[in-house]
Design a protein around this ligand. Structure first.
Ligand code: PLP
Length: 504
C-alpha cells in the first residue's frame, strides 16, 4: 500500500498552478466563456484540486484498492448473499441497446426490451411457482412494502378493512416489521423455538387472539438463521383458515433455487432480491431490485405500470384499473433486471439448481470445520448460512465476562488477514452472533483459507487475547469509535478542516 497517496484527499495533493491537462482555447463562436452574459458567468475560479495526471491516477487507483469487494477477497457477509457477479452481466448491461434508450419511448420502439422484461417475469414465475411478477420495486424492503400493499388491497376489496395485523417471527430481518409499519399495519411477533424455527403453538395462540384481524404472516425460508422451516404447510393452513395471506421474504431464495418453490408451499405473495440471488454488485447499499410475485387470483392488485404480452405476440406497458398505483419511477431498476436475465440465461435451467446446492454445501463445510472453535447454538444441517454465538470458552469466549474475546474482536482480526468480516450481532437472538454465508461461488481453496484463519484466530484468542482486543493492526485505519463515526461523521473536506481547526 502506498501511504504517500493513501490517506490524503485529492485536495491535499493539490499544488497551485499544477496542471494535468490543458484544454485548447474554445473556438466555437458564441460559446466562449467571455461571450456568455456576465450574470451567468462564475465570478472566480472553481475550487478544484490542481494536480498532475500521474498524481490523479495514483490517487484514484490507490483509493480503489482501499475498498473491499467480492472482486478483491472473500466476503462471507451473512444475510447479504455476496456471491461473485460474473463480468458478463456487466458487459451485457452496457450494450447500447440497453444504455441508449429512454423510459418514455413508445412501447413499439422498445419491443425487445419489453420482451426481456416479460421473459424475466416468466422465469421468476417458473422458479417460484407463482402466477405473475412485477419487477418495479427497487429493493427487497421496497418489495416487502409493495407486497404488503398488494395484500392490503386484496383485503380491502373483500371489505375486510379490519385486517391490520401482520404475524412476523422474532428471527425476521428488520425490514419485515419496518415494512409492515410503513404500510400502516401492526406487527405481532411470533416466538422461535430453541432450534430457531417458528413456535407453531405460539402462532396458534396468536391467531386465536387476533383471528379476523390477521392480514398476513411474513416468513423467511430458510430463515435468518439459515434453517429450513419444516412446518410451512401447517402454518400456511392455519393462516389461510383464519383469512390471512402468506408472505414469503425471498431474500434467502438462493439455496432453494431449482430445489423447491414458495408457490408450491402455500405462499401467496413474495419478493425476490435480484441483487442477491441473481447477481448484481450490491455492496454499500445498492443498487437493487425487489420484484414481487403473486399466486393466481391476486394479479389484479399488482402495481402499475405492468408489462404484458398481447395476444398478437407484441408487448405493451399497461396501467390497469384496480391495481396499486405506481411504486417506482417507470419500470424499476431496469439495469438490474438485465443483469438477472444474463445470469439466468448463462446458468440455464439445468445448472440453476447447482447454485443452491453448492451454497448449502459450502456453508455446512465451514460450519462443521469451525464448530470445535466457535459456539454453534443450533447444530444440524443449515442451508446457505449459519450463525455462531461467539467463541467457545476453551478459546476465551465467555458471555459473562466483559473482557473475554468478543465477536467484534474476531471480526476486526479477520480484517488483518484480508477477509471481509461476517455479519456480526445479527440476528438478535444471540449475544455474540457471527453470521457466515460463503455462497456457491467460492472455491474449496478459498473456504479452506478462511477456515484456517478462523482457527488461527481462535488460537490467538487463547494465547494472546490483547492481540485480538487491539485488532485490526495492519489496516490503514485502526479500530473506529463506531458511535462517534455515526454521530459526528465527516462528510466533506470542509468537515475535515473544521476538525483540524478544533484540534489546533
Ligand atoms: C437483504 C434482506 C432483506 C432486505 O433487502 P434489501 O434489498 O436490502 O432491502 C429482507 N429480508 C432478508 C431476509 C434479507 O436478507
Amino acid at each position: 500500500m502506498n501511504n504517500t497517496y493513501y490517506s490524503k484527499l485529492i485536495f491535499e495533493l493539490s499544488r497551485k498552478g499544477r496542471k494535468g491537462y490543458a484544454l485548447p482555447e474554445c473556438d466555437v463562436k458564441g460559446y466562449a466563456l467571455n461571450e456568455l452574459p456576465s450574470k451567468v458567468r462564475r465570478q472566480g475560479m472553481p475550487a478544484l484540486p490542481e494536480c498532475d495526471e500521474l498524481t490523479v491516477v495514483r490517487h484514484y487507483t490507490n483509493s480503489s484498492n482501499n475498498n473491499f469487494g467480492v472482486d478483491t477477497g472473500f466476503y462471507p457477509l451473512g444475510s447479504c448473499t455476496m456471491k461473485y457477479n460474473p463480468k458478463l452481466n456487466e458487459e451485457v448491461v452496457q450494450m447500447s441497446a440497453f444504455q441508449d434508450t429512454h423510459p418514455l419511448q413508445p412501447a413499439e420502439t422498445v419491443q425487445g426490451l419489453l420482451a426481456l422484461y416479460d421473459n424475466v417475469q416468466q422465469m421468476l414465475c417458473e422458479v417460484t411457482g407463482l402466477s405473475r411478477f412485477t419487477l418495479n420495486p427497487f429493493a427487497g424492503a421496497h418489495g416487502e412494502l409493495t407486497g404488503l400493499m398488494t395484500i392490503r388491497a386484496y383485503h380491502e376489496k373483500r371489505g375486510e378493512l379490519q385486517r391490520t395485523k401482520v404475524l412476523i417471527p422474532d428471527s425476521a430481518h428488520g425490514t419485515n416489521p419496518a415494512s409492515a409499519a410503513v404500510c400502516g399495519l401492526k406487527v405481532v411477533e411470533v416466538k422461535s423455538l430453541a432450534d430457531g424455527t417458528i413456535d407453531v403453538d405460539h402462532l396458534q395462540e396468536l391467531i386465536a387472539q387476533n383471528k379476523d384481524e390477521v392480514a398476513a404472516m411474513m416468513m423467511t425460508n430458510p430463515n435468518t438463521l439459515g434453517i429450513f422451516e419444516r412446518q410451512i404447510p401447517k402454518i400456511a393452513k392455519m393462516v389461510h383458515e383464519c383469512g390471512g395471506l402468506m408472505y414469503y421474504d425471498g431474500a434467502n431464495l438462493n439455496p432453494m433455487l431449482g430445489v423447491c418453490r414458495p408457490g408450491d408451499m402455500g405462499f401467496d405473495v413474495m419478493h425476490i432480491n435480484l441483487h442477491k440471488t441473481f447477481s448484481t454488485p450490491h455492496g454499500g447499499g445498492g443498487p437493487g431490485s425487489g420484484p414481487i410475485g403473486v399466486r393466481k387470483g391476486l394479479e389484479e392488485f399488482l402495481p402499475n405500470p405492468q408489462v404484458l404480452k398481447k395476444a398478437n405476440g407484441s408487448y405493451e406497458v399497461r396501467n390497469s384499473d384496480g391495481a396499486l398505483g405506481s411504486v417506482s419511477a417507470f419500470l424499476g431498476n431496469y439495469g438490474i433486471v438485465v443483469r438477472a436475465y444474463a445470469y439466468l440465461l448463462s446458468l440455464g435451467r439445468e445448472n440453476i439448481a447447482m447454485a443452491g446446492k453448492l451454497s448449502v454445501l459450502n456453508a455446512n463445510y465451514i460450519k462443521e470445520q469451525l464448530k470445535a472453535y466457535y459456539k454453534l447454538p443450533i447444530d444440524g444441517l443449515c442451508k446457505h448460512e449459519f450463525v455462531f454465538d461467539g467463541m467457545r470458552e476453551e478459546y476465551g469466549g465467555d458471555h459473562h465476562d466483559e473482557n473475554s474475546v468478543k465477536t467484534l474482536d474476531v471480526a476486526k482480526r479477520l480484517l488483518d488477514y484480508g477477509y471481509h468480516a461476517p455479519t456480526i450481532y445479527f440476528p438478535l437472538l444471540f449475544h455474540e452472533a457471527l453470521m457466515i454465508e460463503p455462497t456457491e461461488t467460492e472455491s474449496k481453496e478459498t473456504l479452506d483459507g478462511f477456515i484456517s484463519v478462523m482457527k488461527k484466530i481462535a488460537e490467538e484468542a487463547r494465547n494472546d487475547r490483547e492481540l485480538l482486543k487491539t485488532a485490526p493492526h495492519n489496516t490503514p485505519i485502526r479500530r473506529l469509535d463506531d458511535v462517534l463515526a455515526v454521530k459526528a461523521a465527516l462528510f466533506t473536506y470542509k468537515d475535515l478542516e473544521r476538525q483540524d481547526g478544533e484540534k489546533a
